[in-house]
Design a protein around this ligand. Structure first.
Ligand code: ATP
Length: 306
């Protein structure tokens, strides 16, 4: 009994970890094919909409019965547009992406994709439409080329290079002695957080999903890397229905709508300029981040002079 119990327990642990961190969920689902707590309904149908919008309708959710995390959220991401979610740590931003990927079901309210309640569609068909660029991308212990091609295994070399180019990682790979054949991961070349995120972006460009879920890295990046990632993100979001959990406000300037969250509620919403003019929470966050970013730039400049 112990022998059986231990691996199951371990899988449970792994599953919880993945749910928590959104770490490359698609990959883990493929590898372990573990069953989620969420089951397809017996009458589930495939998600069919070609360019679906995403709607949250008065969504309430708590991980436990005793603490409600999302307190009645309503918003729509129209097809082909970008919505950014900002707010303090713990406000519930990542919870929104976990719900859209259907790691959990809402306690109350409804999430619809292309007008279909996601509880009524087969999870596989839902997840096939969503490309995830997580905060921390876990790479396979294989070549960097393989890691990109994973987005669409039948892609040609030319398509892999093009995706890498769009993700601003091609030149970096091209300068490695073994190029796309370079081994990465635990036993191979260690990539920085920004490089790993660009691999994830290239992979997602190949997958070509209609919905994008981007969870920006919280860690500070140097301004050069930040600009590269920014360009790659804009490239990938173009024409798709995108939900960006933004930690760096520079990402959200061009978003079609920004949702400002505080303690499980949307407290402000609008475009960047409107929110700045409003002088509320967003404007405060913006001012604070400008200060941090100025300080960071000074440090970088000082580093270059040394
Ligand atoms: P951050 O910017 O730090 O990533 P966030 O806004 O994304 O924060 P969430 O990860 O959505 O915040 O978490 C919202 C709240 O839900 C937090 O208070 C967190 O402690 C709680 N929470 C998250 N995951 C779980 C879980 N598996 N079980 C219980 N509570 C959880």
């Amino acid at each position: 009994l112990i022998q059986i119990y231990m691996p199951l327990n371990f899988l449970g642990f792994v599953y919880r970890e993945i749910k928590q961190s959104l770490v490359d969920m698609e990959k883990m689902f493929d590898i372990i094919r573990m069953s989620s707590d969420i089951k397809d309904s017996p009458n589930s149908i495939d998600l069919k909409a070609e360019n679906p919008n995403v709607e949250f309708k008065d969504v309430r959710f708590g991980y436990t019965d005793t603490r409600e995390i999302l307190k009645g959220l309503s918003f729509t991401v129209p097809s082909g547009t970008t919505t950014a979610i900002v707010g303090a740590s713990g406000a519930g931003k990542s919870t929104i992406s976990r719900l859209l990927f259907r790691f959990y079901d809402v306690t109350d309210g409804q999430i619809c994709v292309g007008g279909q309640d996601i509880r009524d569609v087969a999870q596989k068909s839902l997840r096939a439409q969503i490309g995830v660029v997580p905060q921390d991308t876990v790479l396979f212990n294989d070549t960097i080329g393989y890691n990109i091609r994973y987005g669409r295994p039948d892609a040609t070399d030319a398509e892999v290079y093009e995706a890498a180019r769009l993700a601003q990682i091609h030149d970096f790979i091209d300068h490695l002695p073994e190029g796309y054949e370079t081994e990465v991961g635990e036993r191979g070349l260690k990539l920085s957080g920004g490089e790993k995120q660009r691999v994830a972006i290239a992979r997602t460009i190949l997958k070509n999903p209609s919905i994008l879920l981007l969870d920006e890295a919280t860690s500070a990046l140097d301004s050069h890397t930040e600009r590269d990632i920014q360009a790659a993100l804009e490239e990938i979001a173009e024409g798709r229905t995108s939900l960006i959990i933004a930690h760096r406000l520079s990402t959200v300037v061009n978003a079609d709508e920004i949702l400002v969250m505080d303690a499980g509620e949307i407290v402000e919403r609008g475009r960047h300029d409107d929110l700045l003019a409003k002088g509320g929470l967003y404007a405060q966050m913006w001012a604070k981040q400008q200060e941090v970013s100025e300080a960071f730039k000074k440090l970088e400049a000082a580093g270059e002079e040394v």
